[in-house]
Design a binder for this molecule. Structure first.
Ligand SMILES: Nc1ncnc2c1ncn2[C@@H]1O[C@H](COP(=O)(O)OP(=O)(O)OP(=O)(O)O)[C@@H](O)[C@H]1O
Length: 250
């Protein structure tokens, strides 16, 4: 699939954002076609989380515009973006330690008429079905990640944002998460995900972009990356160790 074959689900135009008046993201322009998987790869500190939380609305857009489903959501509050169909799986998972898997799912499943329900997410992640009475603190990292994705799916998103969903997980679990995301993508879910390296996303991505020091420095179709990932790896190598630009007074 090329970016032009399908309508756009998400579009960023010259988006900058950051912390304490400074910028960690610099004029990022990005298009995610409906039903496609777009992977953002970049080293630690490249700005992946900043980008994801800006799209989710947790971080304000300082410059530029974000469109979702053809509407300008640049100033839309996070809960309204969620209502419009943006599901966010943040880095670190944000699973509650003291409540059970069943309770997490019940809380997330607010809209009884939605196309996703606890039975459907358990179908996708059978392991969660076996851990329903376990509290967040008793879950492994992989189970917490599954729960974080399940919780986002229960909001019936049309765009799923995943920030480093395989961070710290064993290879077998990474494979499982990749398989599940591939399945969701095959069912038509639009996915924007962030990862430090292209290794695992390359198999499912329709498009891969490199983020470095808050700027997009390379962007190629997934099919091209699967044939030859050298340009991506080169972009990552060139930018290894580069630091985000300091803003005066930032
Ligand atoms: N809460 C914060 N306050 C101030 N600066 C921050 C904050 N969070 C991130 N930064 C800075 O913004 C820049 C981008 O960080 P960000 O977390 O977006 O990168 P990342 O690519 O997600 O890295 P990682 O892989 O380590 O999560 C870094 O220089 C980081 O130090």
């Amino acid at each position: 699939m090329t970016q032009l074959d399908f309508p756009l689900a998400l579009s960023l135009s010259g988006v900058s954002s950051g912390y304490n008046g400074g910028r960690a993201l610099h004029a990022v322009s990005l298009e995610v076609a409906e039903g496609s998987v777009h992977a953002i790869v970049g080293h630690n500190g490249a700005g992946k989380t900043t980008l994801m939380s800006t799209v989710a609305g947790e971080l304000a857009v300082a410059e530029g515009r974000i469109w979702f489903d053809g509407k300008d959501i640049s100033r839309t509050a996070p809960h309204r973006r969620a209502k419009r169909g943006i599901g966010y799986v943040p880095q670190g998972r944000r699973v509650f330690k003291s409540i059970t898997v069943a309770e997490h799912l019940a809380i997330a499943h607010r809209d009884r008429k939605s196309e996703w329900n606890p039975a459907r997410v358990i179908d996708l992640f059978p392991r969660l079905g076996e851990r329903m009475k376990h509290k967040g603190a008793q879950l492994s990292g992989g189970e917490q990640q599954m729960l974080a994705i399940a919780r986002a799916l229960l909001t019936s998103p049309r765009l799923l944002l995943l920030d480093e969903p395989t961070e710290g997980l064993a290879p077998a679990i990474v494979e499982q998460i990749r398989g599940t995301l591939g399945k969701l993508a095959a069912e038509g879910m639009t996915i924007l995900l962030a990862a430090p390296q292209p290794e695992w996303p390359i198999a499912i991505a329709d498009h891969i972009s490199v983020l470095s020091a808050g700027k997009l420095t390379a962007s190629i179709p997934g099919s091209e990356a699967r044939d030859d990932a050298s340009s991506l790896l080169e972009a990552l190598t060139i930018t290894a160790g580069s630091k985000p630009e300091e803003e005066p007074g930032g």
